[in-house]
Design a protein around this ligand. Structure first.
Ligand code: GAL
Length: 469
């Protein structure tokens, strides 16, 4: 016979461990579409849709001397190199010297936008000292893009920054934001007469979490308090840059936005309360906190025992002309209290794995667009692409994700453009040169570029205008 006391505890346990996951399962859905009955071969976009491709300076230019090139030389506490097989970015794609040829490659794709980042460490190698050569290099590049019918799209901070900035604490210190604002003002003065689209910070959540929580990015730490502080300072940098640049005489001609990666964290078991708690915390920190900041001006990171941080800047509500959405995939997470990041990455057997540790999940692109649309700004997909060295799944990936983008547009979401990541294979951060995202394959011994077969799916969709149908 069970006592009343025991019964009480059993009912409570069932309620907590059974009922709560069940309710969460109903609220936070993991959409799956019936791809067998979806035709992904005749997707057509409106004439006005913006097509582009993207890179980042540290990944393609070569000859960078910044926080990343320093990190590439280092090792973790367990003796493993910071970068897979101790690779270094080095010469990268030598994009700096081959820019004219590479612009022709962009043109051949038929796209009209090129998103690239300015290498802050080349332009301002010492605090307050600007390098004329570097400034004129980007000026020449902008002119050449425009004369080839391609609009330059500038990213001000894409993961890498000068060593002097690192030495004074980088984004760990709120006071340092002023240095990035000053740099942004300087380059805006140089290029805003010719460049319409400006992206401030690339993926603030990734910089903070990979740099200060998982330790995969520089400075390779595992510290909840700093993760929150750096994330906050990066979002704050965006707001300050936006409002500062909007005072410039060219402000009315330009569009300024942030670039944010949305990555859904899904519980490995939808009936496990611990998996749910961990993934909700991850979604809160990585995805929802930033969206709420732009909605309300209030930023909150609330993870008990790890980070408890809040920040208010009402100007955040009015700091976007467009939202740059990067989307690749989602992650299934199993809670594991014995790992320093408390999680194991899991994969469903039926899913197609890319070369990166995630699967093809185009439904997530639709979900991400829906989430970001709640802010009410036009959306540019500033990055989407696949690491696929053998080029077996690139065509399928492109068609499925673009199907999801088009479906979102049909359903009323305001997506105005799409940039494929990446123009060519490049230095994929902690994975080095092992990950091949390029529309163009790069032979890193000869620097020869060649178009991948799978990339033709993108070229075909770009060519297929609505008015021609
Ligand atoms: C993004 C990043 C890019 C590129 C891409 C592919 O997070 O902004 O620089 O590395 O991922 O993984």
């Amino acid at each position: 016979m069970i006592s009343t006391d025991s019964l009480f505890w059993i009912v409570l346990a069932v309620a907590i461990f059974g009922f709560i996951p069940f309710i969460l399962h109903l609220i936070f859905r993991e959409d799956r579409w019936d791809w067998k009955n979806i035709n992904i071969n005749d997707i057509v976009f409106p004439d006005s849709f913006i097509w582009g491709t993207a890179t980042a300076s540290h990944q393609v230019e070569g000859g960078c001397n910044n926080n990343w090139s320093e990190f590439e030389k280092g090792y973790k506490d367990d003796g493993e190199p910071n970068i897979k097989d101790a690779q270094i970015s080095g010469e990268a794609c030598d994009h700096w010297n081959r820019i004219s040829d590479d612009i022709k490659l962009i043109k051949d794709l038929g796209v009209k936008h090129y998103r690239f980042s300015l290498e802050w460490s080349k332009i301002e190698p010492e605090k307050g000292v600007y390098c004329k050569n570097a400034l004129s290099h980007y000026s020449m590049m902008i002119d050449e893009l425009i004369s080839n019918g391609i609009q330059p799209v500038i990213t001000l901070h894409h993961f890498a920054h000068p060593i002097w900035f690192d030495e004074i604490g980088a984004f760990e210190e709120e006071d340092n934001i002023s240095h990035l604002v000053a740099f942004s003002e300087r380059v805006f003065e140089e290029y805003s007469d010719r460049v319409k689209y400006w992206c401030t910070i690339n993926e603030p959540g990734v910089v903070a979490i990979q740099g200060y929580f998982t330790g995969m990015f520089p400075p390779g730490l595992n510290n909840g308090r700093l993760t929150a502080e750096v994330y906050k300072n990066l979002l704050e940098s965006h707001v300050q840059i936006y409002h500062q640049l909007k005072k410039h005489k060219n402000a009315s001609k330009v569009k300024i936005g942030i670039v944010k990666n949305i990555n859904q964290f899904e519980p490995w078991s939808r009936y496990n309360l611990f998996d749910w708690m961990f993934t909700l915390a991850m979604n809160h920190v990585f995805n929802w906190s930033a969206i709420n900041f732009f909605k309300s001006g209030k930023l909150k990171f609330r993870v008990p025992f790890m980070m408890w941080h809040s920040h208010v800047n009402k100007k955040a509500k009015d700091s976007l002309d467009f939202f740059g959405l990067n989307y690749y995939s989602h992650n299934h997470i199993k809670f594991n209290p014995f790992r320093k990041d408390f999680s194991d990455l899991m994969y469903r057997e039926e899913d197609t794995l890319t070369d990166m540790p995630y699967t093809i999940y185009a439904e997530g692109m639709y979900r991400a667009i829906k989430l970001v649309s709640s802010l009410g700004y036009p959306i540019i997909i500033t990055e989407n692409g696949v690491a696929d060295k053998e080029d077996n799944i690139r065509a399928e990936y492109i068609a499925k994700y673009l199907y999801a983008v088009r479906k979102a547009m049909h359903d009323g979401y305001n997506v105005i453009g799409y940039y494929y990541w990446s123009l060519m294979d490049n230095f994929e951060w902690a994975f080095g040169y092992d990950m091949r995202f390029g529309l163009y394959k790069v032979d890193f011994d000869t620097q020869e570029r060649s178009l991948r077969e799978g990339s033709k799916t993108l070229i075909d969709i770009v060519k297929r205008h609505e008015s021609e149908i």
